[in-house]
Design a protein around this ligand. Structure first.
Ligand SMILES: *Cc1c(COP(=O)(O)O)cnc(C)c1O
Length: 406
């Protein structure tokens, strides 16, 4: 029996790897930044371009259902995040969706002024909240506390609690159900960013009674570079909110060309302009790989991979310091280690085909995507990492050069 068989003998998801095109010699630990290309997507995209656009032209909006693609794609994502049909739509970028749902949430709490978030949030969410606050000019305050202080900072002044469930640097996982219940107890609403959750771990938006959520299409959902993001509005809020970007695609009858805005019934009102059919088709097709997968199996394997990675790194790379929670139940599907020269070490790793990424000032980040990673990959990656650290082969000028994207 080969080493790979002995390490991965209980892997229920092992055969899923063949659904992806992974370049020879690459161990990909960055699916939390840009997911891998599912093998069937290029042919599907070629069909959309030549068969649908090229042949049907304008008729394709009806004949190939392009007009309903945001909702149909949203429904596929809904299954992965515990949301009912008709509550998720795929559109815009995560940043734009944060703007839309945060504005909608604030409109439901007009007498309150505090947007509560934490220092573990992804900066774009905070930037957007700050910009919205300035635009509204109604005296809102963006209060940003440490992640462990969120619970106690929720009080009757808070209009909206806006958090990213899994910290993009450390992988720390917030307890969505608990914090949502505390927020509701204080009369506040919640906006959850699922960028590092959707497709990575089981999420139960309905069970947690979350009010609003957003998430990313190009990370664990493998939708491709710049794939549309998604947003969720709990069914009980859908008819009570409108998007602050009242574009024609969110109109009840876009092709009536009324001069006045009238929101569509349901989640469609949160869309603004014409959907990006090519990239949306890529995301829709990429979601095929999740069709027969149970998110609980993904979580089990994710924990197994990340626990194995931590144990191996701590045994073989004493120079590195764990920057993620040690308890797997408090982590998402990524593991981070601190090292002062982490940037150079990551460049050296990438040159050897082990692809993770780096987040300033000293975080080496490794994402675990159970659909296409094995325990053997983890063992091989750590062996290369240990060798780079031991020989200090990272200490070369070419590994110090900073690129625009890290
Ligand atoms: C990746 C990520 C985003 C990205 O937003 P874009 O608008 O797609 O650039 C937003 N929020 C979080 C938490 C992220 O991890």
């Amino acid at each position: 029996m080969s080493a790979s068989h002995s390490l991965d003998r209980n892997d229920l998801l092992a055969e899923k790897r063949s659904a992806f095109d992974i370049p020879e010699g690459v161990i990909y630990l960055d699916g939390n930044s840009l997911g891998v290309l599912p093998g069937h997507v290029p042919a599907r995209l070629a069909e959309v371009v030549a068969g649908e656009w090229g042949t049907s032209l304008i008729r394709a909006w009806n004949d190939h259902g392009w007009i309903d693609l945001p909702g149909r794609t949203g429904d596929r994502i809904a299954r992965l995040i515990g949301a009912p049909k008709g509550s998720v739509v795929a559109c815009d970028s995560t940043s734009v969706n944060v703007f839309k749902v945060l504005a909608a949430a604030l409109s439901l709490r007009p007498d309150r002024k505090v947007i509560l978030s934490d220092t573990g949030n992804f900066p774009t969410d905070l930037y957007v909240a700050s910009g919205l606050k300035t635009l509204l000019d109604k005296g809102h305050e963006l209060k940003v506390v440490a992640p462990e202080e969120v619970h106690d900072a929720i009080d009757e002044t808070v209009a909206v609690l806006m958090l990213t469930q899994v910290d993009y640097r450390s992988g720390r996982l917030h307890d969505m159900a608990d914090l949502t219940a505390v927020a509701h107890g204080a009369g506040a609403l919640t906006v959850w960013d699922l960028a590092h959750s959707a497709g990575a771990l089981p999420v139960d938006l309905a069970g947690a009674k979350a009010d609003f959520a957003v998430g990313c299409g190009y990370k664990y959902l493998n939708g491709g570079p710049g794939a549309p993001a998604f947003l969720y509005v709990a069914p009980q809020h859908q008819e009570r909110v409108t998007s602050p970007l009242t574009g024609w695609m969110g109109h009840a009858a876009p092709f009536a060309f009324d001069l006045d805005y009238r929101p569509e019934t349901g989640i469609g009102r949160m869309t603004a302009g014409t959907p990006p059919v090519l990239s949306l088709s890529g995301l829709h097709a990429a979601l095929d790989v999740f069709e027969d997968v149970d998110m609980a199996d993904i979580r089990t394997k994710s924990i197994s991979l990340s626990e194995f990675f931590i144990a191996e790194v701590e045994a073989r790379c004493p120079q590195l310091e764990l920057a993620s929670p040690r308890d797997p139940n408090r982590r998402g599907s990524q593991v981070s280690f601190r090292f002062k020269e982490g940037y150079s070490v990551m460049q050296a790793l990438i040159s050897r085909g082990v692809i993770g990424d780096f987040r300033a000032p000293d975080i080496m980040r490794f994402g675990f995507t159970p659909l296409y990673l094995s325990h053997q990959d983890v063992a091989d990656a750590v062996a290369i990492l240990a060798e780079i650290l031991e020989t200090e082969s990272w200490n070369r000028p070419e590994y110090r050069k900073r690129s625009k994207v890290t």
